[in-house]
Design a binder for this molecule. Structure first.
Ligand SMILES: *Cc1c(COP(=O)(O)O)cnc(C)c1O
Length: 384
């Protein structure tokens, strides 16, 4: 299967059809338990927390797409992150990018820390800062690229090299790029995870998490946690995510094309003071992104010249729905300081550059002319 091109893998990768019936999509096995042949002779599945054929099809697909040995599907992105962080033990120290997703930070700070995991937040664009923070108990390096919400690009190969020199496990949240545009395992990472709620599901109709690992040892540790903690994805939702992934390539092309045009439009607008999109040659991450990604993604952020108009601006849009989340076919807009990143204390938010006036946008699949016109109208409204 690994010889297929990525776009073909989206459709035919992992387990993509039902061998028994010939059905071209894997059926929803809505079942909790499985008949055993005899005492102590289970067949492939015993109990659906430990394994379910529909979930297994999705798990094999994410492993195939990212180049991992095994995949794992969870009831949410955070359930997946929780299972991954659970392979560590009290006293272990984890270095995290200083602008990780707000709820990932909260999980580390308010939950895992209570169980003895230690962490430091580091600006990972600064390698010397990373090296200085590594100590004898450091076991892992965790980051996102592009990051949320500032689209900061981190050099995956460079970071994994430092991690390997220091025996750290590198964990990359690949939610924003998706395996269509970026495959961190091929750049040296050990574990890749996703909020499947976003681009992989792709239609704002399911909450899910996906994880895959490079080697069998790590995969076994994660699999053990998945089964022991139990935050697994149900068969219906597994089916929805697999269905979403079948069109991931088509959607990502459309999201990226629209995001590029919106970013260029915003960059020329005098009412905008800053645009964050790695596909703009003026962006500090442009060169690294061009090297490690095959597209720049569908997410961007920007700051209004007049911060006081943020509320008015986001409320006057017609096609950009004011909502958290991202990666669906519909364009979404949000204000991180008030919405997705409100769980990060204001002083920490501002230290990493998330201003109260920052607006994050998820470019959907609508006609670009409608989207630009909508933005233009909102800019005119706030000028008056
Ligand atoms: C949404 C998101 C998560 C959390 O995923 P859920 O499915 O909401 O639990 C983690 N990382 C990133 C980058 C996200 O955007």
């Amino acid at each position: 299967m690994s010889k297929m091109k990525i776009k073909t893998k989206m459709v035919h990768g992992g387990i993509s059809e039902d061998a028994a019936s010939g059905a071209v999509s894997v059926p929803i096995y809505q079942v909790s338990t499985y008949k055993q042949e005899g005492l102590g002779q289970p067949k492939a599945y015993e109990y659906s927390r430990s394994g379910n054929p529909t979930r297994h099809a999705l798990e094999s697909l994410i492993a195939d797409l990212e180049g991992g040995v095994r995949g794992f599907a969870f009831a949410s992105g955070l359930a997946g992150i929780h299972a991954v962080l659970s392979i560590f033990k009290a006293g272990d120290h984890i270095i995290m990018g200083n602008d990780v997703y707000g709820s990932t930070f909260r999980l580390m700070d308010k939950v895992m820390q209570n169980f003895g995991l230690e962490y430091d937040l580091v600006d990972l664009t600064d390698l010397s800062a990373l090296k200085k923070t590594i100590k004898s108990t450091t076991t892992a390096l965790y980051f996102e690229t592009p990051s949320n919400p500032l689209m900061t690009i981190l050099d995956i190969r460079q970071l994994t090299e430092v991690a390997q020199e220091n025996n750290l496990i590198t964990i990359v949240d690949n939610t924003f790029a998706t395996p269509y545009f970026q495959r961190p395992l091929s750049l040296g990472a050990d574990i890749v995870l996703h909020s499947g709620t976003k681009y992989l599901g792709g239609h704002s109709d399911v909450v899910a998490g996906l994880v895959t690992a490079k080697d069998t040892n790590l995969a076994e540790r994660i699999g053990f946690m998945q089964n022991s903690i139990g935050g697994v994805l149900g068969p219906q939702d597994s089916w929805l995510v697999q269905r979403g992934i079948k069109t991931l390539a088509l959607r990502m092309e459309a999201h990226a094309a629209n995001a590029q045009k919106i970013a260029e439009f915003l960059e020329k607008n005098p009412q905008v003071s800053k645009v964050y999109y790695p596909g703009l040659p003026t962006n500090s991450g442009y060169e690294i992104a061009s090297k490690q990604m095959s597209g720049f993604g569908g997410m961007l952020s920007f700051e209004l010249q007049d911060e006081s108009k943020v509320k008015y601006f986001v409320e006057s849009l017609k096609y950009f729905t004011l909502a958290e989340s991202l990666g669906g076919v519909e364009s979404l807009i949000e204000v991180p300081a008030v919405m997705t990143h409100a769980s990060i204390p204001k002083h920490l938010r501002e230290a990493v550059g998330i201003k109260d006036g920052l607006i994050r946008l998820s470019a959907g699949g609508e006609d670009i002319h409608d989207l630009l016109e909508d933005l233009q109208t909102a800019f005119e409204t706030i000028r008056n």
